[in-house]
Design a protein around this ligand. Structure first.
Ligand SMILES: [Zn+2]
Length: 194
């Protein structure tokens, strides 16, 4: 069970850091869950910083934007190491679209947690072929808490853990993820997988 940590900044100069991973398919609400946790921390006046890889330019440059258009201001970075330099004296570090970061994100997350920061990572755990999406598996291994969120299968309505990429023939113009992918359960994913 996931436990929301209590950070008491007055009791001791030493804070306990931890790593949390929020994973799942597309349309599973990963970013919404990340934003929920970050907003709760911010309401408690904890210092929150949010980062995302600069390759993710689907929406506004400066915002982590979830699909229901909740947003939190964020900093796009080119390399995982940049997060170490930019996260300074914050209490909580949120990182979205973690699957697009280089392998260094694993060491960076560990360093931040050892510094006493709460690190919350959200990302796709499988690619469109249903294979583990590095570096997510490594992050899930070193995390204290892993939360897997699910979408709804767009074919049968069961819980979905897979991101199915629609073919060019089905979808002539592939602009943006919403038109290019469907959340699928295992059965419906492998029935149509080419
Ligand atoms: Zn299904």
């Amino acid at each position: 069970m996931f436990i929301e940590p209590a950070i008491n900044r007055n009791s001791s100069p030493y804070q306990k850091g931890q790593i949390e991973v929020i994973c799942g398919s597309m349309f599973s609400g990963k970013t919404e869950e990340l934003i929920r946790r970050l907003n709760r921390a911010r309401i408690a006046r904890q210092k929150v910083e949010i980062f995302k890889p600069s390759v993710d330019k689907r929406y506004h440059e400066e915002n982590v934007v979830s699909h229901n258009e909740n947003y939190i201001r964020s900093t796009p970075v080119n390399f995982a190491d940049d997060i170490l330099l930019l996260s300074g004296n914050c209490d909580v570090v949120g990182i979205d679209e973690v699957q697009f970061f280089d392998e260094q994100i694993v060491a960076v997350s560990q360093k931040l947690a050892i510094q006493g920061k709460r690190v919350i990572l959200a990302g796709l755990d499988m690619d469109f072929e249903g294979n583990p999406f590095e570096p997510m598996p490594k992050l899930m291994a070193i995390a204290e808490y892993v939360t897997k969120v699910h979408a709804i299968c767009m074919k049968c309505g069961d819980l979905a853990a897979f991101s199915f990429r629609l073919s060019d023939s089905k979808q002539k113009v592939m602009l943006g993820e919403k038109n290019s992918y469907e959340a699928r359960c295992r059965k419906c994913f492998y029935e149509d997988k080419r």
